[in-house]
Design a protein around this ligand. Structure first.
Ligand code: FAD
Length: 459
């Protein structure tokens, strides 16, 4: 069978690319070895956010008395807590299947491998195989958790983000190695459930890549939630015993925990898919370099999503998928990474877009900034969610918005306005001059824009 495009991987990169190519008239085949939706739907964005939503409800109920609602003797049912996420995931996976079929995209369950720049070999679960011809191929095989073999990874006591989502019993204690986004999201989920959580982070701070003031605030708020932080230290030794683990840190401190989550980055799924045979180059960690049209060094082979090691986010994978599909179908479009919102679903949430003040300093860019604390927002106070702030970074000459950091309730929704403002090249003055509904959390974005010019009404 010959196709215009064959796509390896049905995650948010692959399935979106498939639909866009089909919309533009291509005959498309998606080869997926596991489940449609990839990491995002099955082991990433969606299941974690289903759990986050459960903990939000629990947090609200725990604070009921403050609002005059007594919800005493709360009992959490861990198996239902985890089971609900599987229902959400299943529904969405079914939805992707439906969307691909609606767009007449072929789907094959199997492992794809490139035999030539125009031939894909598909090994199926039942042992059979087939070969298909393709004018263009998109590699969207994604990534998997990286594990350090010396830490005793076994998938039962020492876990990655894949296995922790399948726990059937709530651990009493959880040691998380890596205070990045994934580690911090799981820390908040399990701490809220009552698990004793410790994060070990080799860098001086958790969430080290975000705005420094935001990271400092998050450290304080994590400690307030009872999460123990061991920063600036690594792991020396992991010993497994009957009762769980004893982990010795570089500082010599010993920590005991029932389970350990390793969240120290992702490895690229680029081995064994024939890249070397056909001369598609990979980088030192196995990533696939691409140009702004998402082409690899071999013109008709495209790569999108986590394998490109640009920004490991589902919406970036999807945006890259659209660019690849459009270029394959004769349009001339390029990927632009300047306005990519990045959301961290911790408690409270953190969301950012564009640059931070620290990045500006590193890049030698002079900036202005305006900040508005949620403490001064009527809506945030009414909701009892007054922690955090909105910070806007602008160009002092043009007044254009260069970056926004939000820490606080609904930050992941609020950042969309900042992203649109940046995409449209809006100035702080234009954002400040846009009437925002009252009382809303979004008013804090407007007030932060006012604060850039020292004219915020409420601070
Ligand atoms: P993937 O989603 O990894 O999909 C790749 C697919 O390719 C998989 O289904 C795999 O089975 C298949 N495959 C691999 N090799 C082959 C082969 N040879 N043949 C056929 N099929 C193959 N991002 C966000 O934007 N927001 C979030 O809130 C968020 N939360 C996350 C939480 C966790 C715990 C994790 C782990 C990740 C999270 N991410 C989040 C990141 C996001 O999941 C990834 O960036 C995104 O899934 C990457 O999409 P992709 O299409 O490149 O790859």
């Amino acid at each position: 069978m010959a196709y215009k495009t064959v796509i390896l991987g049905g995650g948010p990169g692959g399935y979106v690319a498939a639909i866009r190519a089909a919309q533009l008239g291509a005959k498309v085949l998606v080869v997926e070895k596991d489940r449609l939706g990839g990491t995002c739907l099955n082991r990433g964005c969606i299941p974690t956010k289903a759990l986050v939503s459960g903990t939000e409800l629990l947090r609200a109920l725990n604070r009921g008395a403050e609002f005059g609602i007594n919800a005493d003797n709360l009992v959490t049912d861990f198996s239902r807590f985890m089971g609900r996420k599987d229902e959400v995931v299943q529904r969405l996976v079914t939805g992707i299947n439906y969307l691909l079929k609606k767009n007449k995209v072929g789907i094959v369950k199997g492992t794809g491998k490139l035999l030539s720049p125009n031939t894909v070999h598909i090994a199926k679960e039942d042992g059979s195989s087939e070969q298909v011809k393709a004018e263009n191929i998109i590699i969207a095989t994604g990534s998997r958790p990286a594990v350090n073999p010396s830490w005793g990874y076994d998938g039962t006591t020492v876990l990655t983000s894949d296995e922790i989502l399948n726990l059937t019993e709530q651990p009493k204690s959880l040691l998380i190695i890596g205070g990045g986004v994934i580690g911090c999201e799981f820390a908040c989920i399990f701490a809220q459930l009552g698990t004793e959580v410790t994060i070990v982070e080799i860098m001086p701070s958790i969430l080290g890549t975000i705005d420094k003031e935001a990271a400092r605030l998050m450290q304080t708020l994590f400690k307030k939630q009872g999460i123990s932080l061991k920063t600036g230290t690594g792991i020396r030794k992991v010993i497994k015993g009957q009762e769980g683990l004893t982990v010795t840190l570089e500082t010599g401190e010993e920590i005991r925990a029932e389970k350990m989550l390793v969240s120290v980055g992702r490895a690229f799924n680029t081995e064994g898919i024939g890249l070397d045979t056909i001369g598609v180059e990979t980088g030192p960690r196995g990533e696939i370099p691409v140009n702004s049209r998402m082409q690899t060094g071999t013109g008709n082979i495209y790569a999108i999503g986590d394998v490109t090691n640009k920004i490991q986010l589902a919406h970036v994978a999807s945006a890259q998928g659209i660019i690849a599909a459009e270029n394959i179908m004769g349009k001339d479009t390029e990927m632009d990474y300047t306005v990519v919102p990045n959301c961290i679903f911790t408690y409270p949430e953190v969301a950012l877009v564009g640059i931070t003040g620290q990045m500006a300093t590193e890049q030698g860019i002079t900036v202005k900034q305006g900040k508005f604390p949620f403490m001064a927002s009527g809506r945030a106070l009414a909701a009892g969610q007054a922690e955090g702030f909105v910070k806007i970074i602008t160009d002092p000459v043009t007044d254009k918005i260069l970056g926004v950091t939000i820490v606080g309730s609904h930050a992941s929704d609020l950042i969309a306005e900042a992203a649109l403002a940046m995409k449209l090249g809006a100035t702080a003055q234009q954002l400040a001059g846009t009437i925002h509904a009252h009382p809303t959390l979004a008013e804090a974005v407007m007030e932060a824009a006012e604060a850039v010019h020292g004219i915020s009404i409420h601070i």
